[in-house]
Design a protein around this ligand. Structure first.
Ligand SMILES: Cc1cc2nc3c(=O)[nH]c(=O)nc-3n(C[C@H](O)[C@H](O)[C@H](O)COP(=O)(O)OP(=O)(O)OC[C@H]3O[C@@H](n4cnc5c(N)ncnc54)[C@H](O)[C@@H]3O)c2cc1C
Ligand code: SF4
Ligand code: SF4
Ligand code: SF4
Length: 426
């Protein structure tokens, strides 16, 4: 009794778990992926400081694993919740990993020998992984997972594994955890750009999303940090970003601003200009939202470095005799411009994480019309829900940047901690 359950181990959930555990309260951290870290683990640098994303996140991930007050459950989702504040009972289901977690030492010999390569979701579609794999280069826990849908049962990994950790059979497990309070930090998903087919994602090889660009620009990513055209492996000379793809768009019921994609584009434009000074980088935008500390200065820095900003939204991206083409009316000059980019980056918006509706239903809390979880009050309390003892952190409630996600993780932690202390002293 008096423990806390945190659901979702992106940066917000990790911060909440560390803050609660730092006060000597036991935390059960539930993550559906095989590693913790969430979207921040996919990023290269973070705006506006251009700090290396993993250099900030990785120590926190390792602290989670080492903290005796945190029990981590990966490959796990909530099945059921009963009770009320001070006396919740949270039932989770753990999906099979086909690995003995107590003996796997993460040596990676099985990965080396596995002959099967498949699409790698962590690399946002531009890299491959094996049928037995580590979900990311700095996974926590630092062990592998076997993917039964792609494994051809060749037997090589069983033979090479010294401790005999690869399992032929494994089954889901149900675990019930008593808790005083719960933090939901299940985060976001990026807009699926194929729902805007006019921009050519998955139809034209050199149209990629902003998340794919993050993996490409990352030194530990599938291209070793080199920006390449997927069609021919060449370095692109003219790169065009299209903003607000899947945001501020009533035609697809996403009227809201996704908050981070302007600064994401400015960041990656800066990184490209620094690495390839001869490149031409153009950002096509409707408005630039540079609302945070140091963000306006960051935007000015990009302009000073030669990044071009055109106010307008192209209607589509197509190919003609000159290669990829897009037309855009610059609303500041009324001039119609025709661009022939080598690479197009779609700055995709942020929406609720998959299964957010299911989580809200389990917990008996409402959703916004946008699908994000509704806090008790949008102006003065974005952490509490209508159910006492259940709190929200990070992008579960709305698009946010990393500083805001971390701050809300800390805030939710304090509220959940108070419930835990009250339960213990009751
Ligand atoms: C292309 C791009 C670039 C960006 N660049 C920056 C930047 O430079 N600087 C910046 O400040 N922000 C940036 N952001 C925003 C940043 O990614 C977010 O602010 C931050 O990652 C939010 O963290 P989170 O913990 O709220 O969510 P997430 O990172 O989404 O974490 C949620 C976690 O919950 C898990 N989860 C989801 N559902 C369940 C479930 N049902 N059960 C259990 N677990 C579940 C997920 O697997 C995940 O691990 C960028 C965003 C994008 C798309
Ligand atoms: S399963 Fe075996 S070979 Fe693979 S990483 Fe674990 S210990 Fe190494
Ligand atoms: S048994 Fe499956 S996971 Fe193991 S090496 Fe063969 S294909 Fe890969
Ligand atoms: S942050 Fe910028 S790109 Fe993203 S939705 Fe808002 S205005 Fe559009």
């Amino acid at each position: 009794m008096g423990d806390v359950v945190v659901i979702g181990a992106g940066v917000a959930g990790i911060q909440a778990a560390l803050d609660i555990a730092g006060h000597g309260i036991h935390v059960h951290l539930i993550e559906r992926e095989p590693s913790i870290g969430g979207h921040m683990a996919q990023l290269d640098k973070t705006f506006p400081t251009n700090d290396c994303s993993m250099c900030i996140l990785s120590p926190k991930m390792v602290d989670v694993q080492r903290n005796p007050y945190i029990t981590l459950y990966t490959c796990a989702e909530v099945e059921k919740i009963e009770g009320s504040v001070g006396n919740f009972s949270v039932t989770i289901k753990r999906y099979p990993r086909y690995i003995d977690e107590s003996t796997c030492n993460g040596c990676g010999d099985c990965i080396q020998i596995c002959p099967v390569e498949v699409y790698n979701r962590f690399d946002a579609g531009i890299g491959v992984r094996k049928a037995i794999y580590k979900p990311q280069p700095q996974s926590v826990p630092d062990i592998v997972i076997k993917d039964p849908d792609h494994c051809i049962e060749c037997g090589l990994c069983y033979d090479v594994c010294g401790p005999g950790s690869v399992l032929h059979e494994d089954a889901p497990k149900e675990i019930t955890i008593p808790a005083a309070s719960v933090v939901i930090s299940t985060g976001y998903s990026v807009f699926d750009a194929k729902n805007k087919p006019q921009f050519g994602h998955l139809l034209l090889p050199d149209v990629i999303t902003s998340l794919e660009l993050e993996r490409m620009i990352n030194a530990s990513g599938p291209t070793g940090g080199n920006i390449k055209r997927l069609s021919d492996g060449e370095i692109p000379r003219i790169i065009v970003f299209i903003q607000c793809v899947g945001s501020r768009d009533m035609t697809i019921n996403r009227p809201y601003c996704s908050c981070v994609c302007c600064m994401q584009a400015v960041k990656n434009a800066l990184l490209i200009k620094e690495k390839y000074p001869d490149s031409e980088v153009i950002i096509c935008y409707m408005d630039i939202r540079s609302y945070g500390k140091g963000y306006e200065e960051y935007y000015e820095r990009a302009k000073a470095l030669g990044v071009k900003f055109i106010r307008g939204m192209p209607s589509d991206v197509y190919t003609d005799n000159n290669g990829m083409t897009l037309q855009i009316e610059d609303s500041e000059t009324s001039e119609v411009l025709v661009l022939h980019p080598d690479l197009v980056v779609l700055s995709v918006g942020i929406g609720p994480a998959e299964k957010t509706g299911q989580i809200a239903e389990h917990f008996g809390i409402p959703l916004e019309d946008t699908g994000f979880v509704k806090p008790v009050h949008d102006a003065v309390d974005t952490v509490a829900t209508i159910r006492p003892g259940i709190y929200l952190a990070g992008t579960t409630t709305a698009p946010r940047d990393i500083p805001d996600s971390v701050a809300s993780g800390g805030s939710a932690a304090m509220r959940a901690y108070i419930d835990a202390i009250r339960t213990r002293s009751a």
